[in-house]
Design a protein. Structure first.
Ligand SMILES: Cc1cc2nc3c(=O)[nH]c(=O)nc-3n(C[C@H](O)[C@H](O)[C@H](O)COP(=O)(O)O)c2cc1C
Ligand code: SF4
Length: 499
């Protein structure tokens, strides 16, 4: 009898040894190995799955020698026995771990393409009304209402309009866009088609970060597959969709820099207005939305706006994709409704600190995000609670640091990043980040003075207030929150200088 096993082909699973298993078992008789998307429980990879009489069984951290046990059904655990997975409420990521990413047939059999088909029968106004009723806000970081952007692009008259998926995913510790592109590429394409119908576009681009070769390859293959099936069309006309590889700059994730890069220019941030929805790619109305945003659009059209509006908090509707990383036992992807506290998420899903380390701080929202000490973990994970706290949820990256972390070194590291990635358009960021980095380097060497610390805070406030984009405006936050919560470490370095 042929045994069918499932093994993720996601980059994270391959990094954990999935290909080694596939290679070891490729000549095994009576064995069919299906490569799937990943469940996102990275601490369990490589994860092998098999359907048993009582449902799907999982073999975490499998090795080549486990095959006889797996064939015999010995030692497998039920999904419900893995709290990390069982406690989530997955919608956008519901098929992850089961789906064959490039099978359009399977995608359709699981209800895929229903959303695009449904939206094809709707007017642009109805689609935008659906987005409004759903309360969907962009997942790329700025949390702007999706319907509003789409409506502006729809109302702006033009012979040409574009839909652009922002797949630059530059925030350290984030990976959900990559997982969608590698694991559910048709879901992204569907969301882009729905947007194209709403605004009247016949051309789109996926701006994929350079460091994601597998995601770019999967997207290209999925586009070809959809084309072959005649599914890549809007209003009966072909929709031209291309993957564009980014050039490795963080600021190219900012929408105006992204569009400059897409046009073949340097990734420099432009003054807004005009916003891309009015004058974007080649000066034409362009919707730039995050990959997860488009994937969520597909889910909303498929399940209905009311479903989305009923989840989450009053002003952060739906689910949030949190990406846990750093010094914890259970790094991975979590999809839950907005509104849990940071503490709940770390306790329920993080599995405790790695290797007996003790918690020191957690950074939420990528390299421009604030640091939270233990006393602030009761903050609710939603856009508005973070906004009220002067923080950003960003793209949902959560990185945990342990008590071995040197906060001065960490602050210097972040400001070095801000300085190196600054596009240079505006002086508060271009100059302020370099001067801040120099001050932090001096403090780190034990040569700083109390006046340096004051100057650092002053520069930070200037960058926050006067930078052209969020790169410079948010850049000081990791440093300022490190000083606010761990000021003693900074002052101790100054003491050394005095001594
Ligand atoms: C420095 C900087 C980097 C950014 N990087 C990304 C990114 O990697 N991915 C992303 O979707 N949005 C990124 N953004 C936000 C985009 O400018 C834009 O708001 C977003 O793509 C809009 O999509 P959304 O409405 O779906 O969130 C970045 C913004 C800044 C200022
Ligand atoms: S804040 Fe920094 S990244 Fe943004 S426009 Fe100014 S120089 Fe460029």
């Amino acid at each position: 009898m042929i045994t069918t096993l499932y093994l993720s082909n996601d980059t994270s699973a391959r990094a954990a040894g999935a290909d080694r298993l596939a290679h070891a078992w490729e000549r095994e008789p009576d064995l069919q190995l299906i490569r799937t998307s990943s469940r996102g429980a990275f601490f369990l990879e490589p994860l092998v799955e098999c359907d048993g009489p009582a449902g799907r069984l999982l073999w975490p951290r499998a090795t080549p020698g486990d095959l006889p046990r797996i064939r015999a059904g010995i030692g497998g655990v039920q999904l419900s026995d893995v709290p990390f997975l069982a406690q989530q409420q997955r919608f956008v990521f519901s098929r992850f771990g089961q789906a064959e990413p490039l099978s359009l047939t399977q995608y359709r059999a699981d209800g895929g393409w229903q959303a695009a088909d449904r939206a094809a029968g709707w007017s642009p106004e109805t689609i935008i009304q659906e987005m409004k009723a759903s309360g969907l806000r962009g997942r790329g970081g700025a949390a702007f209402p999706v319907w509003n952007k789409w409506d502006i692009a729809r109302r702006t008259a033009s012979d040409q309009k574009y839909v652009v998926a922002n797949a630059d995913e530059g925030d350290a510790g984030t990976y959900c866009d990559r997982m969608i592109m590698e694991g559910e590429p048709f879901r992204l394409i569907e969301g882009m088609l729905i947007c194209a119908k709403a605004i009247g576009a016949d051309c789109g681009y996926i701006y994929c970060r350079w460091e994601y070769p597998a995601a770019a390859g999967a997207m290209r293959a999925a586009i070809s597959e959809a084309e072959r099936a005649g599914a890549l069309a809007v209003e009966g006309r072909p929709f031209r969709l291309e993957v564009f590889r980014g050039a490795g700059s963080y600021v190219c994730g900012e929408e105006t820099a992204l569009l400059s890069s897409l046009e073949g220019g340097r990734g420099m941030v432009k003054v807004r207005p005009p916003y891309p929805a009015v004058a974007g790619l080649y000066g034409k109305p362009t919707v730039v939305s995050n990959v997860l945003t488009f994937a969520t659009v597909t889910e909303i059209v498929s399940r209905g706006a009311a479903w989305h509006a009923a989840l989450g908090t009053e002003r952060s509707k739906g689910t949030v994709a949190l990406q846990l990383g750093g010094r914890i036992r259970q790094p991975g992807l979590i999809e839950i409704p907005f509104g849990s506290t940071l503490r709940e998420v770390l306790e329920r899903f993080g599995g405790g600190m790695a290797d007996g380390g003790r918690f020191k701080a957690v950074q939420v929202g990528g390299p421009l995000g604030s640091l939270f000490p233990e006393s602030q973990l009761d903050i609710h994970l939603c856009f508005d609670a973070f906004n009220d706290a002067g923080a950003v949820l960003g793209h949902g990256g959560i990185v945990v640091f342990d008590d071995q972390t040197d906060m001065v070194e960490l602050a210097r590291h972040y400001m070095t990043f801000t300085a190196e990635e600054s596009c240079g358009t505006c002086s508060p960021c271009r100059i302020g980040s370099v001067r801040s980095r120099e001050l932090l380097e001096r403090i780190e060497r034990g040569q700083g003075t109390p006046a340096d610390l004051e100057l650092l805070a002053d520069l930070g406030e200037t960058m926050k207030a006067t930078s052209l984009c969020a790169h410079g405006a948010r850049g000081p936050y990791p440093v300022l929150t490190a000083i606010e919560h761990f000021g003693r470490e900074f002052r101790n370095r100054l003491d050394q200088a005095d001594a």
